[in-house]
Write a protein that binds this ligand. Structure first.
Ligand code: SIN
Length: 282
């Protein structure tokens, strides 16, 4: 097994077959995942069962309540854009499941059908995003919490956008989003696996800081977001047949590029259960 840093963020791993990992290779992969939270693999030939088996070595599977499920394997969420769709799933910077009380650990995404060009996924590290902030901002953030919600993305209000863009099959179960309590998480977490501090707000699901009005929250969030996605920190992952990306939702964001109009892109995603998040020590 060989590993090397991917430009921007993450680690690219080659020379492994994820279908048959011996214990010591698995341990090395797990250590890299725990430390970096973002792994890329090439040249894999994972069946649906292999995908599920690999995921289960890291924890229990979280069956997504909003996405279309694979017809034969409900553990696998379909991340699908059809030629007529105007919008895609994940087409903006976000981290999955921050709207849950116990946000998901991470996701393992496998390329199944790719457009002729485009369709990359971009990633950034929330360790880097936090560490690159000025010390007074870091100190302030360690004392703050932020609210997260799924309603504007998966709830009934968002149905209108999906209808207008003819992308109704990309999301289901709006009632569940409408009924969810919007949780509050620390703005800086102590990462459950690495123990490092990570910024934990994101443009997709964070709706403001606890005790702050929206008007007060927006400029500070905008500053944090601008800093997080500075070009040198963005990993632009180019998908090829056999590519797999495995990210930790607690220390990365991702952004599925929507730059392949009129083409189909199908990815299979398995998400792993996570845990409640602890604040960084102030
Ligand atoms: C997602 O947000 O999980 C989708 C990522 C992708 O399709 O590249």
């Amino acid at each position: 097994m060989q590993s090397r840093p991917h430009p921007g963020a993450g680690i690219e791993i080659t020379g492994v077959d994820l279908r048959q990992l011996d214990e010591s290779t698995f341990t090395r992969i797990r250590e890299l995942f725990d430390r970096h939270g973002l792994l890329f693999f090439r040249g894999q030939e994972l069946s649906e069962e292999d995908h599920i088996a690999f995921a289960q070595r890291f924890g229990s599977i979280n069956v997504n309540r909003f996405f279309e499920k694979n017809a034969d394997y409900p553990e696998i969420a379909m991340v699908r854009k059809e030629p007529g769709d105007r919008i895609n799933i994940g087409g903006g910077w976000h981290t999955d499941h921050s709207y849950d009380e116990e946000p998901a650990l991470g996701s393992i995404l496998v390329a199944r059908e790719l457009p002729t060009t485009g369709g990359d996924t971009w990633f950034v590290s929330m360790y880097d995003a936090f560490e690159s902030l000025p010390a007074p901002v870091r100190r302030k953030l360690r004392t703050m919490r932020a609210r997260h919600s799924s309603k504007h993305v998966f709830g009934s209000r968002a149905k209108v956008l999906r209808w207008l863009t003819q992308s109704q099959h990309q999301s289901y179960n709006a009632e569940a989003a409408d009924a969810m309590d919007d949780p509050v998480h620390p703005a800086v977490i102590e990462h459950p696996l690495s123990g490092r501090e990570a910024l934990y707000v994101n443009p997709g699901f964070t709706v403001g800081f606890e005790g702050w009005s929206l008007v007060r929250s927006i400029p500070f969030l905008a500053y944090l977001y601008w800093n997080a996605v500075r070009p040198a920190r963005v990993a632009k992952f180019r998908w090829e047949p056999g590519s797999v990306a495995f990210w930790d939702n607690r220390c990365t964001w991702h952004y599925a590029r929507n730059d392949y109009p009129g083409e189909r892109r199908v990815m299979y995603r398995i998400t792993l259960d996570g845990c409640a998040l602890r604040p960084a020590r102030a």
